[in-house]
Design a protein around this ligand. Structure first.
Ligand code: GUN
Ligand code: ZN
Length: 635
């Protein structure tokens, strides 16, 4: 669910997301905003309009010269509304209307509604009532907003159903950013599994075209994990607060200077300093150095998170980071309850291999997808199987070349009891089976699960005879076309059984690579219907194949249908943008092969989905399908 985004304000300022807004207290100024911008590279900050309004000198100046000049910050400024002060200190004397008007008058880029902070100990009734008030105030803010963007805070305490319904109603309003609020006490109390439920239930309702801000979250140890769940904005007051109490933030936790035996940080603030140097400094200087250190940790981790998102490896970073604290590990373990939703966002294939980091890795959605698909779509070609132990030599048909050949000759299907569960030989090259790395010494949990899943699969698929590699008869004489078995099995895995019937009709000719022997093209009755990619062992769908699938299956299966206006562009091979899509198969996954059709269900082009259906429906911009070939293309 993680994403790299580009956020643009009404006035045209842009920044990349995920982004973190350092909190600036206009009265304290631990690290001046100019330094945040120039030295640390923060393109945004958040400050508190309530504090400014309550402080006559600041309010006066802010109204005269504007917030950006008051703070000396040229980037994007978000202001909060006083909600957090009411959470900390009780009621604030202020109306929603007043604070919205004030935020507008000082030139805030993104203002915040005076939402009601739903405390984790509140009853469901009280929470539900306060959400109504927050929604009313949010509507009022939308009517007043003018050029100011609006944070409409999704609340709901610890009640996932209230979180989801509040999020859904927020999504229907004309707000610009979706903060998830009321989570600070949960993070302070290390209640990460509840935080996971809250984020995931909110994400179900929120509009995917707007950034999601996890209000009050900014600890470097949490950034990767929160980004994984689709949070785009973060903010941190802790960098300064912790610095004032001599605490240093790291990706593996927060440590008190007085407890630290040594300093091993080479950030520009710490470089050349020892713990005793820091302890000897006067309070003011030390606070500044520690605040700078904390900011450097945040910046570095955020950059790392972005790199891992781009490389498609954020799961690995998040799993590693969640080992910083058992409570975070609980959060990660809680995430498996949300596997089904995550699976809808998980690309069908990625560049590069996936790495196993520990038993929690097996609860990633990619495992569920594989097991679901072989359960629904795998068709055995024999009712006899040989079970092989996992080996790190992949694909298995290379590692076990001789043994597999012998098994096939004797009429058996070779099946590896892998960390993914059962892998029939004919599927062993597709993503992620061949593109994954597990330790050679398995943990007992993984070993037991592999075995259990394999035996469940064998009985579910009606295998009658199951033997071990030593038991394979020596004198097999069966001639089996392994390439054809593979070609069909991969097609069923990718497109389902019905579409595969249509694709593999009549006489089948397989074109294989002279160099590697791998399948390249599938020709059916003289028509080139599929090409197999060497990298992930999956097919790209050709126009001829697309036509057959459309003729053989009811809409919307595999389809993305577009408006008439878009047809001339798409048929020339231009990409499909979300705003032109009229309907699509709700089962499409990112990076999956899709068929672009017109409103009369004529196939126009083939390509790969870049968004999930939930996003395609709501995004006003953005590429929904990367088109490969249009019907008018010369090929
Ligand atoms: N800062 C941290 N949490 C919250 C919240 O729930 N609402 C607002 N307005 N600000 C916050
Ligand atoms: Zn440091």
């Amino acid at each position: 669910m993680a994403r790299i985004g580009k956020f643009t304000t009404t006035s045209g300022k842009t920044m990349e997301t995920p982004a973190l807004f350092p909190v600036v207290n206009p009265k304290i100024n631990t690290v001046p905003p100019r330094e945040l911008y120039d030295t640390f590279g923060f393109k945004c900050l958040i400050t508190n309009s309530y504090i400014i309004k309550k402080t006559p000198e600041l309010a006066e100046k802010a109204k005269q010269v504007g917030l950006h000049e008051l703070l000396d910050f040229p980037g994007i400024i978000m202001t909060d509304s006083g909600t957090f002060q009411s959470h900390m200190y009780g009621e604030v004397e202020l109306t929603n209307e007043e604070i919205i008007e004030f935020q507008k008058s000082i030139g805030t880029d993104i203002g915040t509604v005076l939402d009601i902070f739903t405390e984790p100990y509140w009853t469901k009734e009280k929470t539900a009532e306060s959400i109504e008030l927050t929604l009313e105030r949010t509507k009022q803010a939308c009517d007043m907003k003018g050029d100011m963007m609006i944070n409409g805070v999704a609340q709901g305490s610890v009640y996932p159903d209230l979180r989801e319904s509040c999020a859904l109603r927020m999504a229907s309003l004309d707000i610009d950013v979706h903060p998830i609020g009321g989570v600070v006490p949960l993070m302070e109390q290390y209640r990460y599994s509840e935080l996971v439920d809250i984020i995931m239930s909110s994400k179900k309702g929120l509009n995917p075209s707007r950034p999601v801000h996890l209000f009050g979250a900014g600890h470097p140890m949490l950034l990767a994990f929160a980004a994984l769940m689709g949070c785009d904005f973060f903010d941190s007051a802790s960098y300064a607060k912790f610095a004032r109490d001599d605490r240093m933030m790291f990706v593996d936790g927060t440590f008190r200077l007085q407890d630290m035996e040594s300093l091993d940080c080479d950030c520009p603030a710490c470089r050349g300093r020892t713990v005793s140097d820091l302890r000897r400094m006067n309070n003011k200087d030390r606070t500044k150095v520690l605040a700078q250190h904390n900011l450097y940790q945040i910046v570095r981790e955020l950059n790392l998170v972005k790199r891992y998102i781009r490389e498609g490896r954020l799961w690995e970073l998040a799993e590693i980071r969640c080992r910083a604290h058992p409570a975070l590990l609980d959060g990660l373990r809680r995430l498996r309850e949300h596997q089904a939703l995550l699976e809808r966002y998980d690309p069908i294939s990625r560049d590069g291999a996936m790495f196993y980091t520990g038993p929690e890795t097996r609860t990633r959605p990619v495992f569920k997808r594989y097991l679901d698909r072989i359960g629904d779509r795998y068709v055995p070609t024999t009712d006899k199987a040989v079970i092989f132990p996992e080996t790190s030599r992949k694909p298995y048909s290379r590692g076990y070349a001789e043994e597999f050949a012998k098994a096939r000759k004797a009429g058996y299907t070779p099946i590896v009891a892998s960390s993914f569960g059962p892998v029939p030989a004919e599927l062993d090259e597709l993503y992620p089976l061949a593109q994954s790395l597990f330790p050679e010494i398995p943990d007992t949990e993984t070993e037991e699960t592999a075995e259990r899943l394999t035996y469940q699969f064998l009985s579910f698929k009606g295998f009658k005879q199951v033997i071990s590699p030593e038991q394979i008869p020596e004198d097999g004489i069966e001639e089996v076309d392994c390439d054809l078995i593979r070609a069909k099995a991969v097609s069923r895995y990718q497109f389902g059984i019905e579409a595969t019937e249509a694709l593999f009709r009549g006489e089948i000719q397989l074109v294989t690579s002279k160099k590697t022997g791998k399948i390249r093209n599938v020709i059916s009755d003289g028509e080139h219907v599929l090409s197999m990619r060497a990298g992930d062992g999956l097919y790209t769908l050709r126009m001829e194949g697309a036509k057959r699938i459309v003729a053989a299956t009811p809409a919307p299966f595999m389809r993305v249908s577009v408006m008439d206006d878009a047809i001339p562009f798409v048929s020339q091979g231009k990409n499909v943008f979300a705003q032109f899509v009229t309907d699509c198969d709700p089962e499409i996954r990112p990076m999956e092969e899709v068929i672009v059709t017109d409103c009369r269900d004529n196939p126009i082009a083939t390509g790969r989905a870049f968004l999930v259906p939930f996003e395609i429906r709501q995004m006003k911009k953005g590429m929904a399908v990367k088109v490969r070939s249009g019907s008018q293309d010369e090929e």
